[in-house]
Each structure stands twice: as structure tokens, then as C-alpha cells.
Design a protein around this ligand. Structure first.
Ligand SMILES: [Zn+2]
Ligand SMILES: [Zn+2]
Length: 362
């Protein structure tokens, strides 16, 4: 990324923060949170703390960075190194990314490309470019199908929390990450002091890890066929699913059990839930790879991840694109750009190419 592109991106982000300061959605007790950011083209700056939202906003506007982060943890001394911060608790968090959910659409939009000759091909990525031997890197795209799958898995987490953990739906905040996924923050004091191991158990539970093998479950259901939901937790989920579908189901009981699990488990990233010192993208700030905003979602049904988080302008800008696959924003198709070319794009679309280092402003 050259200096002109860095400066242009920074000016675009600054304009958003200038207009959209009231969109930045801070958690409570700002003074106890650790903040961090990535400047365009630079390394991460962490261990920052601010006395108030106003002070944090002033710094965000001044830096207009590529990404802004805030801890889910609260600390006595948020600006000190991790071991001296004095951890006071952290909200329970779940991260769902479309990349981690197996969907057939990936074949169409995930690929590798060569940084040198711009050759590209289907994943898995070869160790080196098959054409010129240059460096081959992975590119993960997205589409309606995998964004819908991610949304579905996020709603599954909500159901686990409400039905199996007795969490009040109103204390669960759901956010679109600004790229390919969803974050869930649980503002329920019962979870705040849990250590990483206990958080990991919750994550594994919603993932459906550690259940007995499908064969074992099927044979116990065969002995006592359920007619509806029985027991609690996963038992209730599996007996409920099997009980209502068993009569008309054409396949084996084992297959039905496998369906019961795969249709209800939520493929959260456990490593995110267990990390109690992590910083997360701050809601209302722009994603460093897409220029889309991390957005709190009030109504899941009507939220449109292709449209609603696109907040940058459609002012046209000329860019030299090195390489970029086909993509879709605001329900418009762009690309593909298999070879270097100079084109004019709306700002919001140009940003998603430039932030990935695959083009420059001209
Ligand atoms: Zn090559
Ligand atoms: Zn997809």
C-alpha cells in the first residue's frame, strides 16, 4: 500500500468518524476497558485507556485508524501490561465467522492467487504459484448463502443461551462484524468472572462437541423412542427433533440423530470465547478489511449484511486494481478483475479492494 492510498483511506475513514461519531457504540465502564487500534499500514497499538467516551472518540477521530478495538474485560489498570492490569471480569463473547461454517458456496468464492503473476485457482492453495513459482495467498470471499449460514448459527447461539442457560434475551447483544460474521456479547453478570476453561466448556457445548457418537445415541433412542422433547439441554434438543420427525423419516435413525445435531449446533470459534484478555472491534467503527461498519443488530430478520453495514459514500474514485475476484456490495456486482487495470468505483467498493492491498488510488 503506497502513501497516497494510505492517506486516502485515512481521509475516507476520518470523514465517517467526523459524521458518525454518534454511531460508535461503547460498552459501559469505558474507563476500565483496554483500547487498541491498527493504523493504515502499521502495527497494532494496544494497552490504551480513556477516561471517557469523549476522550476515546477524540482519539479515534484524530487517528482515523484502519481498525479500532476495545476489551470485553474490565481492568483496574487497563493501560498496563496484561499481567499488571488487574482483571475485574469480562462479558461472555461468541464469534461466528462464515469462513468456519462448511457451505458449498465456498468453492465459488474462496481461492488462491499469486501475488506476482496474478494467476489464481481453487483451494487448497498450492505451496507456490503453479504458473510462476511466486507466493500464493488465500482469498476468502463471501456471498448471501454463507452470510445467511453465519446469521443462522448466531441465532442458534441465542437459543442455546436463552433455552439452556436461562439468559434473558434482552441482555444478549448481536453485532455484524463488518466482514463475514457475527459477534454476540452477553451482558449477564453470572458469566463475568468465569475463567477461560469454563468459557471453553460453554463454547464446546454450543458446538455440540463431546456428545456421544451418533450410533450410541441412535441405539438408546431405538430402545425408548421419544415422541417429543425429553429431559434438558442437548437431550431435549435431540429427542425433540427425532420425536417429531421419526414417523415420516425415510433414512436411518442414526442419520436422523446426526441431522438433529448438525441443524442445532452453533459453530462458534472457541478460541475467541476462551480469551479473556482479547480486544474486539468496537461497535460502530469501520472494519479494516472492508470499510463496512461493525453494527449492532436490533432486528435479525430484517438485517441485510450486504446493504446495512455499507456506510461509506458512493462518490466515484479511480483505482488501479492489481487483482480482485468478483464481489457484491449494496446488491451490485463488481469485478472480477483478473489482471491489473485502472477503473472507477464507488468509494465503498474501492475501499474493500484497497484495504486488502490489492490496488492503489491513482
Ligand atoms: Zn505466479
Ligand atoms: Zn458463500
Amino acid at each position: 500500500m503506497n502513501d497516497a492510498t494510505k492517506a486516502w483511506l485515512k481521509s475516507v475513514y476520518k470523514e465517517y468518524y467526523f459524521r458518525g461519531a454518534d454511531q460508535v457504540d461503547f460498552p459501559d465502564r469505558v474507563e476500565s476497558r483496554e483500547f487498541g487500534y491498527f493504523p493504515f499500514g502499521g502495527g497494532m497499538v494496544r494497552h490504551l485507556s480513556f477516561k471517557s467516551k469523549g476522550e476515546a472518540l477524540a482519539e479515534i477521530l484524530k487517528q482515523s485508524p484502519s481498525s479500532v478495538y476495545c476489551s470485553n474485560a474490565r481492568y483496574e489498570y487497563p493501560a498496563r501490561p496484561i499481567e499488571e492490569k488487574g482483571w475485574l471480569g469480562a462479558e461472555l463473547i461468541f464469534d461466528i465467522d462464515a469462513t468456519d461454517i462448511p457451505t458449498p458456496c465456498k468453492k465459488g468464492h474462496d481461492l488462491w492467487y499469486c501475488e506476482k503473476c496474478h494467476a489464481s485457482g481453487k483451494l487448497p492453495r498450492p505451496p507456490k504459484c503453479t504458473k510462476c513459482g511466486g507466493p500464493a495467498v488465500e482469498f476468502h470471499g463471501k456471498c448471501e448463502a454463507c452470510l445467511d449460514a453465519a446469521k443462522d448459527h448466531a441465532m442458534r447461539v441465542v437459543r442455546f443461551l436463552v433455552d439452556d442457560f436461562g439468559v434473558d434475551r434482552n441482555v444478549i447483544r448481536l453485532y455484524f462484524s463488518g466482514n463475514r460474521g457475527y459477534h454476540l456479547h452477553v451482558f449477564d453478570g453470572r458469566f463475568d468472572l468465569l475463567d477461560p476453561q469454563a468459557r471453553g466448556e460453554i463454547a464446546e457445548y454450543v458446538r455440540g462437541s463431546g456428545l456421544p457418537p451418533n450410533q450410541t445415541l441412535a441405539s438408546s433412542l431405538r430402545r425408548r423412542p421419544p415422541s417429543g422433547p425429553q429431559g434438558a439441554g442437548w437431550t431435549r434438543r435431540i429427542t425433540g427433533y427425532v420425536g417429531t420427525r421419526r414417523q415420516d423419516y425415510g433414512g436411518t435413525l442414526q442419520r436422523l440423530v446426526s441431522e438433529a445435531i448438525s441443524s442445532q449446533r452453533a459453530l462458534v470459534d472457541s478460541s475467541v470465547t476462551t480469551d479473556i484478555h482479547r480486544v474486539f472491534r468496537l461497535s460502530g467503527t469501520l472494519h479494516g478489511d472492508t470499510g463496512m461498519v461493525k453494527k449492532r443488530i436490533e432486528s435479525v430478520e430484517s438485517f441485510d449484511p450486504q446493504e446495512d453495514p455499507v456506510v461509506l459514500s458512493d462518490k466515484p474514485v479511480k483505482v488501479r486494481v492489481e487483482f480482485y475476484p468478483k464481489f457484491r456490495m449494496k446488491h451490485k456486482d463488481f469485478g472480477p478483475y483478473p489482471k491489473p487495470e485502472t477503473i472507477e468505483l464507488p468509494t465503498y467498493a474501492a475501499v474493500s479492494i484497497l484495504t486488502r492491498g490489492l490496488g492503489e488510488v491513482v
